[in-house]
Design a protein around this ligand. Structure first.
Ligand code: ADP
Length: 694
């Protein structure tokens, strides 16, 4: 027998398969036509063999809507195996649809070409196992649930306990709360009462407030009216930023602004030009301290709208405005423009200053006598003239006492007369200085000014120190008397000589020539004096003409002063540079030298030797006339070269007009030279002058 002889036929195979305990079926086509199903399978299906040859759906219509028919389709078409465990399937068992659980496998059996020829369907009903397992699981779950419940119960009991305690606490709190609630209720009631009370009061005060408000409004309106009509310019600057809250027309016109331009704006925003002026600091001070500040005639500069500046002078009064608690809330500023007043006063002051300067530069003293109060005010210069110090308290009596006895009564009389009769007063008198005891001459002029406006009647005037004038006048008087006297001597001598000659004219006598000589000498003297007078006048009138030429000084000196040489009493000795030449008017210089020599002869008669000294000093020649006479005291030296000055004019020891040195100095000055004297009492005098060499 060949092995194939042993092989089972298909029917045999199917029979074998149908005998296995494992439920087995073989299906063909995608509709899973049941070709074979063993008993185990038919048992599962709860069908008999009549299902063989039917599609699965026809055999088990309850499978419709379950996934299995679809799975067979996929296994047949895709040639795959689908298996599952514990898979539920709803099948009709004993006429009732029941859910059974299976482990199953649908396996595609393929031929050599790989095409599915049938599906091997095996299944094991594990419903009991599954349900048992489920029951166990449920029992376990139940047990666990029980355990959990127990644990939870325990926890719950503990929590309950805690809760009980908490509850107690809560109750206690609740009680407290209740109490508080009660108190609160009471308070609430009280509060409500009070609020009611207050509201009532509020209503009343609201009414009052409205009334007050109206009153306030009325008074504000009134205040505004008053302010706007007030001639004094005022502004209220509110708060630290000085916001303009109120002002009036008067100030607006001073500011040259409209109400709209300023109201509600900070002062410095409207007038930035005030920032660097003194005012903001003052407003701040008043605002912070509540102090009042007033000031007069203060300069303020405003910008003009079209550029440029406007300068004003103002009197201002800054006072704090306070609230009911005494806090300063604003500054009330009153600003009065006093520019016109200040400017006109400045003009008056300027004029007064000019007058004062004029008076001071003229060295005039002034006095002011208040007729009503009988009070004198003396200027410092007047005090000085009267020999007082500026700090001395000078009364009219004291000043009157300084007038010399000779004039005092007369001056007092003239003053009274001028005041009574309203006449001008003019008088010259002498005084003795209070401190320095110096005699001074005064010319006083005064006038009564009747009362006008605020000025009382006053008797005012000026005094002038005319001492120098008086001295000059005195000197002139003296000079005239001296000149007359000087002229009188030779004139008398001339007259005497002429009378004698007249008497002897019939019978000439041997003394005739002597008389003629005497008459000539007298005539020379007169001519000399007249020359001197004429020279002096010419010099004063600037008519001194110079005829300059170059000459040798020594020659000029040797030929001059022959009258002295001839008289023989003095020796003229020439020293120094004999060749030195100058460019000058020889005749005038000769005249100067003669003057100096004559003076030496006159005032130093015992000085036998008179020296001429010629020196060259740079581009100048210096010529000195030196005697060894009495010399001149230092206090007289400054006056020697002035007109009419005679050092010893009161004495009559020496004759002279006091013109010689004056004329000499004028001549030298006209030549551009200098003249002077070196002298000391008891040591002789050296009069010198210089001349330009060219
Ligand atoms: P006069 O001689 O006419 O008085 P002068 O002008 O010549 O006038 O002199 C002025 C004064 O100067 C004199 O009065 C005299 O006192 C003083 N004097 C001038 N020369 C001398 C001298 N050489 N020595 C002393 N005194 C002099």
């Amino acid at each position: 027998m060949s092995p194939s002889d042993y092989l089972l036929s298909n029917e045999q195979l199917i029979e074998v398969l149908s005998l296995t305990n494992t439920a087995t079926a073989i299906h063909v086509t995608e509709d899973a036509i049941i070709q074979l199903a063993n008993d185990a399978m038919l048992q599962i299906w709860n069908k008999d063999s009549s299902v063989i040859g039917k599609t699965l759906e026809d055999a088990l219509p309850e499978l419709k809507g379950q996934p299995f028919i679809e799975m067979f389709k996929r296994v047949w078409n895709e040639g795959i195996t689908i298996s599952g465990t514990d898979t539920p399937a709803d099948l009709i068992v004993n006429g009732k649809l029941q859910t059974l659980y299976f482990d199953f496998e649908y396996r595609a059996i393929k031929n050599a070409e790989g095409n599915t020829i049938c599906i091997l369907h095996t299944a094991t009903d594990i419903t009991d196992r599954f349900l048992g397992k489920q029951a166990i699981e449920r029992a376990i779950e139940k047990e666990e649930a029980l355990q959990r419940e127990q644990a939870l119960n325990e926890e719950l009991a503990a929590a309950n306990e805690e809760l009980g305690a908490a509850n107690e606490e809560l109750n206690a709190i609740n009680d407290e709360l209740q109490e508080t609630q009660n108190t609160l209720n009471n308070l609430n009631n009280e509060l409500e009462e009070r609020i009611f009370d207050r509201t009532l009061k509020l209503f009343t005060s609201q009414e009052n407030l409205e009334k007050l408000n109206k009153e306030l409004h009325d008074s504000e309106t009134k205040l505004d009216q008053i302010l706007s009509q007030l001639p004094a310019p005022v502004v209220v600057l509110e708060g630290p930023n000085q916001v303009i809250t109120t002002t009036n027309d008067s100030l607006l016109s001073f500011w040259d602004k409209t109400r709209e331009q300023v109201m509600g704006k900070p002062m410095l925003e409207v007038f930035p030009e005030l920032t660097n002026q003194r005012f903001p600091a003052l407003w701040k001070h008043v605002f912070e301290t509540g102090e009042v500040i007033t000031n007069r005639e203060t300069q303020v500069i405003f910008n003009r709208p079209n550029g440029g500046k406007r300068l004003f002078y103002v009197d201002y009064y800054y006072q704090p405005l306070k609230d009911t608690e005494g806090n300063t809330t604003a500054v009330l500023a009153t600003v009065i423009d006093v520019t016109d007043k200040v400017l006109s006063r400045q003009r008056v002051e300027e004029a007064e200053n000019k007058l004062r300067m004029a008076i001071e530069s003229s060295e005039l003293g002034t006095w002011y006598y208040d007729v009503e109060k009988r009070e004198y005010v003396f200027s410092d210069r007047l005090k000085q003239i009267f020999g007082f110090y500026p700090e001395d308290e000078v009364t009219n009596e004291l000043a009157t006492q300084q007038i010399t006895d000779e004039y005092r009564d007369e001056v007092v009389r003239l003053v009274n007369e001028a005041i009574t009769n309203n006449t001008n007063y003019q008088v010259e008198y002498a005084i003795t200085g209070f401190h320095d005891k110096q005699l001074r001459w005064i010319r006083a002029t005064g006038k009564l000014y009747p009362a006008h406006g605020v000025h009382p009647a006053n008797f005012s005037g000026i005094v002038m120190d005319i001492t120098d004038l008086k001295v000059e006048e005195q000197r002139k008087d003296d000079f005239i008397s001296i000149a007359s006297h000087e002229l009188k001597t030779p004139t008398t001598a001339l007259k005497a000589s002429l009378q004698l000659l007249d008497r002897m004219k019939e019978k000439p006598s041997p003394i005739f020539p002597k008389l003629i000589e005497q008459a000539n000498r007298s005539m020379d003297k007169i001519t000399g004096l007249i020359d001197e007078l004429l020279n002096s006048t010419r010099t004063t009138e600037g008519q001194l003409h110079l005829n300059k030429a170059t000459f040798t000084i020594a020659d000029m000196l040797n030929s001059c002063c022959n009258h002295v040489r001839m008289a023989g009493k003095h020796k003229l000795i020439l020293q120094g540079d004999e060749h030195l030449q100058v460019f000058a008017d020889e005749h005038r210089i000769d005249q100067v030298v003669v003057n100096l020599v004559n003076n030496a002869v006159k005032y130093a008669p015992d000085s036998i030797e008179i020296y001429f000294i010629v020196e060259k000093l740079g581009d100048m020649a210096k010529i000195s006339v030196k005697d060894t006479g009495p010399g001149i005291s230092a206090d007289k030296i400054p006056h020697l070269f002035t007109r009419y000055y005679r050092a010893d004019y009161a004495g009559s020891q020496y004759s002279g007009l006091g013109l010689g040195l004056y004329i000499s100095s004028e001549i030298i000055k006209r030549h551009g030279g200098q003249i002077g004297v070196d002298t000391e009492l008891g040591k002789g005098s050296t009069f010198w002058f210089t001349l330009p060499l060219k």
